[in-house]
Design a protein. Structure first.
Length: 200
């Protein structure tokens, strides 16, 4: 049987590994290779950097908040005070009213606390005070510290994701501009030859 017209090339089979060289994509540009490597690097940043940044920032915020919680808990305590006048107002919003209490040293203290409108004079209320007898807010709770940690950790994760996306968008923009410039330069040389060939 004649080998003329046969789809198979006569001769010994190609050596192992020769198909790798022949199989390389000749249309693959250097910018394509760079884009592929940058995509891999950014994926590594997302997989490793995102959780690391979120956990680190979240723990840092949580520890800072817990320090505030411990400091305020040590500086503030609750006392039972009595209203020296009836609280005014007719809605549900708490109103400031004068109160009086006696501290641990037997000293009579006075201040202003937020109470429900219409609370009569002589009623007892629990207020938070400092060691120097000043009325203040309740200390920050551990729930607030945990919430702060989660919030900061989520913001850090979002920042890493947004930064990676911005970097990828910037890389794609630069590479695309370079590709368009190369394409224009190559077709600028090819087009005159084609136009000359088909010119009547």
């Amino acid at each position: 049987m004649s080998t003329q017209g046969s789809p198979y090339t006569p001769g010994p089979p190609p050596r192992r590994g020769d198909h790798a060289t022949k199989g390389r994509n000749s249309l693959r540009r250097a910018s394509d290779t760079l884009e592929c490597w940058m995509r891999r690097i950014l994926m590594v940043v997302l997989v490793l950097g995102l959780p690391a940044a979120a956990v680190s920032a979240g723990l840092t915020a949580y520890e800072a908040s817990m320090h505030t919680v411990r400091t305020q808990a040590a500086e503030r305590h609750q006392v039972t005070a009595r209203l020296t006048s009836t609280a005014g107002g007719g809605d549900w919003v708490k109103r400031p009213a004068p109160v009086r209490w006696t501290d641990l040293n037997g000293v009579v203290r006075t201040g202003t606390a937020l109470v429900k409108p219409g609370t009569p004079k002589g009623s007892t209320v629990r207020v938070w005070v400092t060691h120097d007898g000043r009325v203040t807010d309740a200390p920050t709770s551990t729930l607030n510290a945990a919430t702060s940690g989660w919030l900061v950790g989520g913001m850090a994760a979002f920042g890493v994701a947004a930064g990676s996306y911005a970097a990828w968008a910037g890389i794609r923009l630069v590479l695309d501009r370079r590709r368009y410039a190369q394409w224009d330069a190559e077709w600028g040389r090819v087009e005159p030859r084609w136009s000359a060939r088909f010119r009547p």
